[in-house]
Design a protein around this ligand. Structure first.
Ligand code: PMT
Length: 313
């Protein structure tokens, strides 16, 4: 019998479109200069189905703001970005033009027989920098976006992406911002069909998902700069739990955040130091995003880490 994480992959076979997505990641990585810095950003929440033919599921909260904004700031810092995100959660660049906001920046113009759709004059200054960065990123081929929905899909993609990052060694950063379920119903214990209400209220037993940080840090990408997140709703628990995760998995950094204040304050917990990052109300009003400060800090520490790694080798 293997370890619990190996058991998980044995019980849960690969999702239907996994091979295509894995190939996309492989092809993408093969075309990247191995001398470049690369980051795997995970983003959005995983679902845990309650039935094989899924009508109901348990979801983990995450809009994808942290991941999508961070991906943009990593690109600005010159990183190649693999962005693994929950389908329909926020994505880099397009996140600025979601829903009605997108339609509101457009206007219809009719000149003689020709009808065209234009960006409103007053919106050009806000659209142009984002569009320019998006086009440049696309042209350079620096961003790959791959989606998941369920916990199983996420965990298979995470492992596949890690395998592709191995050749980058210490140049790879893992930025695990996705909200990953700790509980699930194993595939072999799940009903095939929709649960029926006539049978009365169901009793649902959830099992613990093995923490994939363990093989990730020790086996899949042992030379990478791994950053995980710790989400709590009780501020009192945050720092102790972040330290506990760091001690257990021995990676480089845990970023602690509290659900209610996650956009204003985070604490970067490292083995020998902590750094609290906070946005002032003026910075918030000016539209500054906390992710710009988080990514700037990580890029600097990653740089030092790489220098240390090449000095030691
Ligand atoms: O997207 P937003 O709305 O902006 O919100 C961002 C966020 C609050 C979701 C984000 O900042 C955040 O905190 N993400 C991590 C949430 C989470 O899953 O925390 P956790 O304490 O359950 O897990 C801690 C770490 O263990 C995570 O990095 C996760 O990748 C890892 N994990 C979790 C479960 C599991 N089975 N295996 C794991 O390795």
């Amino acid at each position: 019998m293997g370890s619990q994480w190996e058991q998980f992959y044995l019980i849960h076979s690969t999702p239907p479109d996994f091979e295509e997505k894995k190939k996309e990641i492989q092809d993408f990585c093969q075309h990247i200069d191995p001398e470049r810095n690369i980051v795997l950003v995970t983003s959005g929440g995983t679902t845990v189905p309650l039935e094989h033919n899924t009508v109901r599921f348990v979801d983990n909260f995450s809009a994808g703001t942290r991941g999508s904004a961070s991906a943009e700031y990593f690109l600005e810092k010159g990183y190649v970005v693999i962005f693994i995100h929950r389908l329909k959660s926020l994505e880099p660049f397009v996140r600025h033009f979601m829903g009605q906001k997108f339609l509101d920046i457009l206007e219809v113009q009719k000149k003689e027989d020709v009808t065209s759709i234009m960006v409103k004059n007053e919106c050009v200054n806000s659209v142009l920098p984002i569009l320019t960065r998006y086009k440049l990123t696309k042209e350079a081929g620096d961003l790959l976006c791959i989606s998941f929905t369920s916990l199983t899909e996420y965990l298979w993609l995470l492992r596949a992406a890690c395998e592709c990052l191995t050749p980058f060694g210490s140049r790879a950063v893992l930025y695990l911002a996705a909200a990953v379920s700790d509980f699930y119903i194993p595939s072999n214990e799940m009903p095939i069909h929709k649960m029926q209400s006539e049978a009365g209220p169901p009793t649902i037993y959830l099992k613990l998902v093995p923490k994939m940080l363990e093989p990730l840090v020790n086996i899949w990408v042992p030379n990478a700069y791994v950053v995980s997140f710790k989400l709590e709703t009780d501020d009192e628990l945050l720092i102790d739990k972040a330290h506990a995760a760091l001690n257990k998995y021995k990676h480089k950094m845990v970023i602690g955040n509290v659900l209610q204040t996650r956009k204003q304050r985070v604490v970067l917990v490292m083995p020998n130091t902590t750094n609290e990052i906070q946005l002032s109300s003026e910075e918030m009003e000016a539209g500054l995003e906390i992710e710009s400060k988080i990514v700037a800090d990580i890029a600097e520490r990653h740089n030092l880490f790489m220098k240390g790694a090449s000095y030691n080798s």
